[in-house]
Design a protein around this ligand. Sequence first.
Ligand SMILES: [Zn+2]
Length: 258
Amino acid sequence: MKLKCPVCGKPLEPIHRSFVCENRHTFDFAKSGYINLLNSNSASHGDNKEMTKARTAFLNTDSYRFLRDFIGNLLREKQDDVFLDLGCGEGYYTRSMPGKERYGFDISKDMVNYAAKKDKETLYVVASIFDLPVFDACAGAVLTCFAPCKEEEILRVLKDDGIFVFVSPGPNHLKELKEVLYETTYENETEQRFHTLKMDQEHLIRAPFAVEHDNLMNLFMMTPYYYHTGSEGKKKLEDIASISITAEFLVRTYRKQL
Ligand SMILES: [Zn+2]
């Protein structure tokens, strides 16, 4: 698969330690091996170093490994094809996915830097997942796991017989964590959000995991609750030595046509 120059849209070719297009727009590999194709007019954003550290520490406990294995199995039919992970973060899921060529895209330079250090088999790219630097119909398999996504962009990059896997929190994901933080808790919304893509399979998978204090705080930082919890809720969480929590994921596969 060829990447697309974010400036002029021509194909990028790897030359020494750079990607270069025919108009000589040049993008150098970072030391860790990733490439930054974010348009220079968009400022650096995404999750920062502190967040990367927390996510990495939590994910490395393998509490979500059952999800990673489950997605890997769903995508096995595309092991000889091109795989794109959109919003790949620090690459926890990306690096064990099947695929002849693997690409991870994320807007966070810190996350992508970590991912590239850890996994030399995947090309990690800093880019917007809403405006991917790839050509139409390039991918047999596309994954969006706990990240936003734009249906038009999925439809554009997916081959006609491609498969798209979309993972979101299940209704009871992290229920016990929410019960510590809030007086009243609600189930997570799981509405379907695509119009043209056809849903093929839907799986609700769950597994409890035990988490100790430090990793509980790391997990908390990964959730949207981190930004919406008052000091009282945070205090209650600080006092917990260990807790059993439910991980629940809704895993849906989509195709262009069934
Ligand atoms: Zn160019």
